[in-house]
Design a protein around this ligand. Structure first.
Ligand code: SF4
Length: 410
């Protein structure tokens, strides 16, 4: 019979091997896990098997975590990647009103801000000088934004730092840009690409189920529209990330359906670079204070979502990222033991999770990432946004971090 694991039992899972845990699993769950370990393809799991994995408890949950870690080692090796980047949240003024968001402000609130194009270009220059290869640009949606503002942001940043990769604009911002300009979606995305947009964050996905979306935000783009923006971006040659926000009003069945939907899109377009589970930070949100959400994810849920992603997305999306700003140091390491292989970005400044109550900080330096990864017995490596360049960083004991051994391969 399954039972709830204590936090210390859960935290001990990285010391288990598959051969330790396999004999303790229920037979149906064991055969599902053995199948995916053998084929290394999550497409071989039926919907019913996937639901069973998502609802696993006790020893079965430990089995899920160990299987995901085993599969991670086979599919992604022992390297843990990160990207040196800067977040630029260019305004906190927003009319959308998502109940899970503690970052946005109404236009007349006291602490609003709106960065000029010049200020954004300056931030990109500073980031480049500090070694960043990417700027991640997203913001609130203010009414009366100049029609071509998103294009003009790209021009300003590219003029200032031509080689900076611009990872920018959520699908919600893309839909707003289309509304502002009246351009067809594909033309609008192509225009952004031609003005320097490198990749698109697959944010604004939250849970891709319209009933849940309505609870989270009555004004957010629908599931169908999110999928249309992503598919069109991929067709225009703009790759994207993919995300899922967990720990609020959703159930494990929503995680499964979303991961299967992402697989379906990936099989058509091949445009996803990574999958990023985003734990809901509840403290300062309307969603929590109106009693519409639970108090964020439990430890078991954090680990389970990362492990499930590794198993269900195997053979489709190879990179599973931990969002360190929403997790603490130890938890992000545990999630990297539960199937994840990427630490995300250094960020330099991060406003969105901090406003919601996350305490992991605004910046993790490359050296911090390297020591966190080495502490886990894994190999740190800096990557670019699309994972097409990976530089292994192995500080030698007698050297300083600056003298680290760098091996570069494509
Ligand atoms: S999540 Fe984005 S769209 Fe929603 S309120 Fe916050 S800033 Fe606005």
């Amino acid at each position: 019979m399954s039972r709830e694991l204590t936090p210390s039992e859960l935290e001990a899972f990285p010391s288990l091997d598959w051969s330790d845990i396999a004999p303790r699993l229920t037979s149906a769950l064991r055969s599902s896990l053995e199948k995916v370990l053998e084929t290394q393809n999550g497409a071989d799991l039926s919907l019913a098997e996937s639901y069973a994995l998502a609802n696993s408890e006790g020893d079965d949950l430990l089995g899920l975590l160990v299987a995901a870690n085993t599969l991670r080692a086979e599919l992604a090796g022992n390297i843990v990647t990160y990207v040196v980047n800067r977040n630029i949240n260019f305004t906190n003024i927003c009319f959308v009103g998502c109940k899970f968001c503690a970052f946005s402000r109404g236009p007349r609130e006291a602490d609003t801000y709106f960065l000029t194009l010049g200020q954004m270009a300056q931030k990109a220059v500073e980031a480049w000088q500090l070694g960043a290869t990417e700027v991640c640009i997203q913001g609130g949606l203010p009414r009366d934004l100049p029609k071509f503002h998103y294009r003009d942001i790209l021009r300003a940043v590219k003029n200032a730092v031509p080689r900076m990769h611009i990872h920018a604009f959520s699908p919600m911002e893309i839909v707003y840009g289309v509304e502002l300009t009246g351009m067809p979606l594909a033309d609008y995305l192509s225009m952004l690409r031609d003005n320097g947009l490198g990749t698109l964050p697959g944010t604004a996905a939250e849970i891709l189920d319209d009933q849940i979306r309505h609870i989270l935000s009555a004004n957010k783009l629908s599931t169908a529209l999110w999928v249309e923006v992503i598919r069109t971006a991929h067709r225009c040659g703009i790759r994207t990330t993919s995300t899922l926000m967990y720990g609020h009003a959703e159930t494990p069945a929503h995680w499964v359906r979303q991961m299967r939907l992402l697989r379906e899109i990936q099989s058509e377009t091949g445009g996803f670079t990574e999958f990023v589970p985003l734990g809901f930070v509840h403290q300062n949100t309307l969603l929590f204070h109106q009693g519409l959400a639970r108090t964020g994810p439990t430890l078991a849920e954090h680990l389970k979502v990362h492990a499930l992603a590794r198993l269900l997305l195997a053979g489709s999306i190879n990179n599973i990222q931990v969002s360190w700003v929403k997790l603490n140091r130890r938890l992000s390491q545990l999630c990297l033991h539960a199937g994840a292989n990427d630490y995300g970005g250094t960020l330099m400044e991060e406003n969105i999770s901090r406003e919601a109550g996350a305490t992991a900080g605004q910046y993790t330096s490359p050296e911090d990432f390297q020591s966190l990864i080495l502490e886990m017995g894994r190999i740190p490596a800096e990557r670019n946004t699309t994972y097409s360049r990976i530089n292994i960083k192995l500080p030698l004991t007698e050297c300083t971090a600056e003298q680290s051994l760098e091996a570069e391969f494509a």
